[in-house]
Design a protein around this ligand. Sequence first.
Ligand code: ADP
Length: 817
Amino acid sequence: MSDNINWTQEALDFLLSLYPLKRGNDLKFVYERCTQLLLQYTRANGVIVAAMEDEHTVRILGSSITTIAEDRINTIEFNNLAASGEISFSANNLLKSYSNEDAVIFLPITERERKGGVILFLETPFTTDANYNKFLSQIWLGLRELALVTQRLYIIEELTTRFNAILETIPQAIVFVDDVGKNGWINGQAAELLQLSKGKNEPIAISAAMQQLRNNAVNKEDIQKEGIKLFSSPGKTIKGWKWIFGDPVTSVLSVSCTPTLSENIRGRLWIFMDVTFTHIAAELLNELNSELMEKRKLADEQNKAKSEFLANMSHEIRTPMNGVIGMASLLVNTDLTEEQKEYVETIRISGETLIAIINDILDFSKIESGKMELESHPFFITTIIEETYDLLSVKANEKGLDLLYFIEPDVPQEIIGDVVRLRQILINLVSNGIKFTKEGEIFISVRNSAVDEEGIYNIEFAVKDTGIGIPKDKFYRLFESFSQVDSSTTRRYGGTGLGLTISQRLIQLMGGNIRVESEVDKGSSFIFNIKVQANREVKQFKSRTVPAISNLQGKRIAILDDNETNLKILKIQCENWGMEASTFSNYLAFLEELSRIAYDIVIVDMLMPDKNGIEVAKMIKAKMPNLPIILFSSSGMSPRTEGRNEYFAAVLNKPTKHSQIQKTILDILNNSANTKHSTGSVSPVLENKLPINILIAEDVEINQRLLIRSLEKLGYTADIAVNGKEVLKAVENKKYQLIFMDVMMPEMDGFEATKHIVERYSKDQRPIIIATTANALSDDREKALTAGMDDYVSKPFKLQDIQGKIEQWYKKITELL
Ligand code: ADP
């Protein structure tokens, strides 16, 4: 039957009929029409067009046999044949349980994206006809070409569907208008906004609607100006352009306009977003913020006023309190019964406690009201630590606590800053340490954590104790004013809870911060840093390269102490001075070593658990009678009665100063082994102490305490006046031979007080007046001498300075007695 047909002609006709399909754009129609054409031209009994939807599913796209459903197609076979790339004439396995007589032919039509093909059901004679087979090859070509087109259609359809879904789902109104005025398109939201129908619109209609919208805006002038700028530059993009409407209710659109990127279709994409809510919220927030700012300003002012009031009050209270204390001190020296003496002493001690509290409050309110100004002059870090320890050594010695420090070699020796305030911080921290520690040590370590390009050093101090510690959940309360970790602490330990707050604020004023590390029952560390400049005018030297200590080079020293920290520090120090240092925490190990190694010098601590320093010294002397020994003792415990001269080349009182240790070792090793040394060794004139009356005129408490301590070390006591007026009162009531006069004091300064004294008393009747000036560089010295003072000493001063002044004026003082 196939013989009568011109298959070449049939193939041509088929391809011609396919041609219009290539221009179609409805996929469903293409597949259906294609199925019909195939049925007609191939003379098949049935045609199925199918493709793989995914790896496991075959989808029928067009079919003339409605009885064959997709699940009849053998997926694996279909997939294999589709991938083979050749016509298959015996594709009977394509259908599951296929028992028909017809032959099954498969034409694979596979594009990159989808594997597919045409299944033809034919009577057998066709399949054996060569012309027919040629016909099939020809139409197969046409089908594959058609597949290419449908493939693209498929992709476009998919994109369009997805894109439309997005555009209709997002809340923004979207408008596209091309530049030539041909195409315009808007989504549903834009249709509502512009009152047009969604989808394609005439660009003119869209522009008119947008114009209308702009005209309704309350800020239409601004919009117009911005619009002119936008349209005058084609590539310009605009974002967050606010169109504000007031009628009937406030609404705000944020508009953005971007030129489209395609070269073929030039136009602009507009997006309108409703931002009414955020706009109103931001306005509200602004209003609230400015209200809050005003309230804060008011609160700050009130706060400042309160702090100022507090500062004034404290100052006012302090003045009469000083009177009470001063008078009590004077009263003690008059003829009193034992009972009266005790009462007066109680008044004095209570007064001093009250003054300390008031001083804290005064400092605190000064800082809070922004009135605390830091001074700036050069001072030595070592000195300030040693002074702090000097002031607090009595309390520490009572409890048997070691006061230790170590300054790393790269810390500048002399820095420029506020010495009084730094000392106040250290005193606060160290006295807290002593207060909350039963046994062990307080250890100050200083290191240099950074230097910036401008030469500003960031110096870190750590004050570590071995006391009761602080629970972690209480850390946050430490730096709050008037707060104590445990309210029962107040009763047991005393204190106002202001010390740390004041220290923290002072540290912040010095450009640093403070933090705490602590473990209950192990101890606490308060670590703070300050930003300071090093004093470049003094010669900088590192302890490693001290020239004077070449004599110590290679000398062997043994150090015996039960305190590990102390051993560590001394070892490093001695090694820095070039010595070979061995440390021992146990005397037996030390004695054993002593027979093996020839030491040049030995340091022993007085207080050790098994044997004390004297007992150990006895044993050393029994073995090595000529080995010089230095004893570290605590003041009040020095073994005067137990023959210190017999065993020790020197006795140093704790807290020991590194410079003093060094000097003592040097002296002993320089063949002066017989000389005796002790802390604060006083000159012979002063050792023959005279009963002189000294007055300290000074308003800063720490400076008062320092002077008193220095004088105590020299064996003197002193009275205190906090301003010029009190000085005059005191001088009237008691005969003083010496006054240390601060030049800067409230109410009446030192210059004026001196003038009054000079006017009232003749030269051999009035006390020697030594000015204490804060700044060595200022003209205070000249002013002091002009005012009639006899001498001056610059703050911060050292024990030796005070000692020197007393020695210098000693003869004159004797004459005044
Ligand atoms: P106070 O004048 O009461 O000592 P501070 O501000 O100096 O005030 O200290 C507040 C509290 O912090 C103290 O009462 C104590 O509970 C705790 N504290 C401070 N230093 C230490 C320390 N070294 N060890 C344990 N607790 C401490």
